[in-house]
Design a protein around this ligand. Structure first.
Ligand code: ZN
Length: 138
């Protein structure tokens, strides 16, 4: 038997894409990001749960502290100095802050928080609008 659960999180953040990119997303703009994290396992705990949904909220705390109401910028973006000097929330990424890369970052956090011998992080889905998004699988 394979059990799978998911949990959704939302946050608000601005980003722009500069690395090797020249479309309209070079302009700083914001999204209401929707995250969906899927966890799988072959057995349940003593409460007959894969994991208590309450325990998944620790990832929401990380998202709130690092991504929510922040500007997500690629590490070579010249706007970093302005955001930093003006004291605004900033999250610097190694790659363009695309949905794909945000999914990758959240996947790494989810693995740190939830993965153990019984639970595997299957995928993280990131939607930046109601019609566009990305999914990353482990
Ligand atoms: Zn965007």
């Amino acid at each position: 038997m394979v059990y799978e659960i998911f949990k959704e999180f939302r946050f608000e953040a601005a980003h722009r894409l500069l690395k090797n990119y020249s479309g309209k997303c070079t302009n700083n703009h914001g999204h209401s990001w929707l995250i969906r994290v899927h966890l799988q396992g072959n057995s349940l705990d003593d409460k007959d749960m894969l994991i208590d949904f309450q325990d998944v909220k620790v990832l929401k705390q990380w998202i709130d502290e690092h991504l929510d109401h922040a500007t997500l910028l690629w590490e070579d973006d010249p706007m970093i100095s302005y955001i930093r000097e003006s004291g605004q929330r900033l999250f610097i990424t190694k790659k363009n802050p695309t949905s794909e890369h945000i999914a990758e970052i959240i996947m790494e956090e989810a693995i740190l928080h939830f993965q153990n011998q019984r639970i595997r992080v299957v995928c993280v889905e990131v939607n930046e609008t109601c019609t566009t998004g990305a999914k990353i699988y482990q």
